[in-house]
Design a protein around this ligand. Sequence first.
Ligand code: NDP
Length: 294
Amino acid sequence: DIKEVSVLGLGAMGEAIARLYLDQGYKVTVWNRTAGKADALVAKGAVLARSASEAVRAARVVVMCVYDYRAADAIFALDGVAAAMDGRLLVQLTTGSPQDARDAQAWARKQGAAYLEGAIQAAPDQMGQPDTPLLVSGARPVFDEAEPWLKALAGGIVYLGEAASAAAAMDLATLSTIYGTMLGFIHGARIAEHEGFDVAEYGRIVAGIMPTFAGFLQHEGSVIQSGDFAISQSPMRISVEATRRILQSAQDSGIDTGFPAFAAGIFQRADAAGLGGEELAALIKLLRAKQTSA
Ligand code: NDP
């Protein structure tokens, strides 16, 4: 039997999504604010809806991927869209915050639509691979129904449970890892450059340690979940010293100290708080202290 899908939003990601469905034999209806972006897809067999509401009505499963939730809300507010949502299954792949996801789910349910939230963790040309990561959350029966439509986009689906906000929250948490790592990477690139190394080679060396680092991250995650911070792999004291050394070297060589001062400062606080003799992951105890917003 032929599967049907409607795709709203044909930016870089929405276009890649629509193309994947076409490639896999789906009957695809598309809509985009700027209709001209549908031309190449129509040439491949997609049907261009004359309005967003017509696109929503064209299939049970409606996949939306636009710039942000303001864009999604603008589409929800278009003529007839709310009424057309009744009986649809909306897969929201627009990136947003946990609160955005909760609000969108509440809106969809009010219109009589089932709702799934998805967070894409890949670039458009990485979509459709067996290992393409896609975080998904929402009611289990809805996920079960939509799973074939999701699998058409990403082989690496992680279902995070019933709370619609979960995919967005996990997306935030994993982005935190990526940006933390990226900041350290760029500071390292500056060290390499300053010392006259080939920075591309530095990048290759870093890539080489990533599998080991990945195992280490998994271990530290388990430590935090277990609550047992007895030293198991990496004593905090080593990191206190390492970050102090990175900072000292930056000062000695006159390169930017922003990142190492930040990192060394956190580890110094951990040491001062008496965590030096615990596993590195005990750093989370500092972060659990109540914060007052600035
Ligand atoms: P683009 O900037 O390429 O496309 C943006 C899309 O949003 C276009 O379809 C645009 O329509 C639409 N849009 C923006 N504002 C409005 C509005 N007010 N009303 C109606 N439509 C609007 O973005 P991407 O396709 O790259 O990204 C889409 C989503 O995918 C984002 O949430 C992004 O975070 C996520 N994502 C993207 C990745 C990437 O590498 N590209 C990676 C992971 C997630 P129009 O063509 O008319 O301007």
